[in-house]
Design a protein around this ligand. Structure first.
Ligand SMILES: CSC[C@H]1O[C@@H](n2cnc3c(O)ncnc32)[C@H](O)[C@@H]1O
Ligand SMILES: [Zn+2]
Length: 432
């Protein structure tokens, strides 16, 4: 088993009882971290590889808990619209033209953007998901994948989509050396009739899988749900049995206290997507209150058509900043909490208990930032610098499951030039 020593680095471990950063060493054996501390545990000769970590900051890989990778093809299309019009008049008509090739190259472009920017795990809800799984397998990244189903269609089409989602979830769970896990996904309460949601929940039970859905993203959605079903979305999904499965909801912007209590009761996790919620004018989620209530929170970018990049550093900064602005409390989301939301809490939100911090026994999913740059001085509080000053462009090395997938800013697993060429071909066909 390959044994690597990284020495002379600065490490942000995220360990519960740890000081925020240490100057020292980390040892990786196979896919795992086996040591982190100030001094190397063994002499240099006992390692297969020794890396000089001077001028680098090592931290856990970022975890993006909600997105639609292939939507990179729709970046900049339908800007400055609110959700429902954006979906109905822009996204869905274009997505109806997507082939598996479009999803293949759109997803690969997003994976490139994500890994080069320090994201080591992502959640993806889309169609043509075999292509997403192949891309995850090849890239070396970690993915929690799900075929999202929209039930606004005839019963036979609903059944076909559910069958496809079920087959995908069954076939890919635990694949790519365990780097892929799967979920079942009714797209949203406003796009899936109640009986369809119940059928999806039944499949999740049968396959012992979690559920991922969009929920309470806009005020209009909440009002529509009350009008149509006599209940707000959280109570509606509770009634349909969704929360009897481990559940991750995206957005959760418009939640009242009663709904927060329901989500806490069922240990439902929420992916907070501040960039997308601002751009689509959906609102600002009650992140500080949700955290105080004990709801497990994390961060997501959503797709590149509503963000418009996949830079998780931006989401951490937005989370830290907008809640200060909205509440008037500078401590609403401190830097340390924003960092945890983008890393360890992200991993916990998607039931990955062995990534998100740098400690012995954890998977070697970590990134290195080049801190020999003006915006990382003075060398005082690196947690602050990560959240308030860093960006995806600072990432130089990325390791997932003990394998380097980015070195010196270059992706080692995917052919960047080919992906860009093929992406442009897909784009020209779709939008030319
Ligand atoms: C059924 S595949 C996923 C589906 O979700 C759409 N989508 C992208 N962003 C959002 C969002 O913020 N809210 C709701 N739905 C969204 C995407 O266009 C796909 O159709
Ligand atoms: Zn989404």
């Amino acid at each position: 088993m390959k044994k690597t020593l990284i020495s002379n680095g600065i490490f942000i471990s995220n360990k519960e009882d740890n000081k925020s950063s240490i100057r020292g060493c980390m040892v990786i054996e196979g896919s795992q971290i086996t040591y982190i501390g100030e001094q190397a545990p063994e002499s240099i000769e006992s390692y297969d590889e020794v890396i000089d970590g001077s001028n680098k900051l090592y931290m856990p890989g970022l975890v993006n808990t909600h997105g639609h990778a292939a939507m990179s093809l729709l970046r900049g299309y339908g800007d400055d619209l609110a959700l429902q019009i954006w979906l109905e008049e822009k996204m869905w008509p274009m997505e109806a033209k997507f082939t598996s090739q479009d999803v293949k190259w759109g997803t690969r472009l997003s994976i490139l953007e994500m890994i080069k920017g320090g994201t080591t795990t992502f959640v993806d809800m889309y169609d043509h998901m075999n292509e997403v799984a192949f891309a995850v397998e090849e890239s070396g990244m970690r993915g929690v994948l799900t075929r999202g189903v929209i039930g606004l269609c005839p019963p036979d089409v609903q059944t076909a989509k559910l069958k496809e989602a079920t087959e995908f979830a069954k076939n890919w769970h635990g694949k790519a050396d365990g780097r892929i896990t799967t979920m079942m996904s009714p797209h949203a309460p406003y796009t899936c009739p109640p009986d369809y949601i119940e059928r999806i929940v039944q499949v999740a039970h049968d396959l012992n899988l979690p559920i991922h859905t969009h929920m309470s993203e806009t005020r209009r959605e909440v009002e529509g749900n009350v009008e149509q079903y006599g209940a707000r979305p959280a109570a509606h999904l509770e009634k349909l049995g969704v929360f009897t499965r481990p559940t991750l909801v995206a957005h959760g912007v418009h939640l009242n206290d009663e709904e927060i209590a329901i989500l806490k009761q069922y240990d439902v996790r929420i992916s907070h997507n501040p960039g997308s919620n601002l751009k689509l004018a959906s609102g600002v989620a009650r992140l500080p209150e949700l955290l105080r209530a004990g709801v497990k929170m994390s961060l997501g970018t959503d797709g590149a058509a509503s963000n418009n990049n996949l830079d998780m550093f931006e989401e951490m900064r937005l989370a830290a900043l907008i809640h200060k602005g909205v509440s008037g409390d500078p401590l609403a989301i401190p830097a340390k909490e924003a960092l945890l939301l983008g890393t360890r809490m992200g991993a916990e939100s998607i039931w990955l208990d062995n990534v998100g911090s740098l400690e012995p026994g954890m998977k070697a999913d970590f990134i290195a930032l080049d801190i020999d740059q003006p915006h990382f001085l003075p060398k005082t509080d690196f947690v602050s610098h990560i959240v308030y000053s860093a960006s995806a462009k600072d990432v130089v090395d990325v390791c997932v499951d003990g394998t380097w997938i980015v070195r010196k800013g270059e992706c080692l697993t995917l052919d960047e030039e080919k992906i860009k060429r093929e992406f442009e071909i897909c784009f020209d066909r779709l939008r030319g």
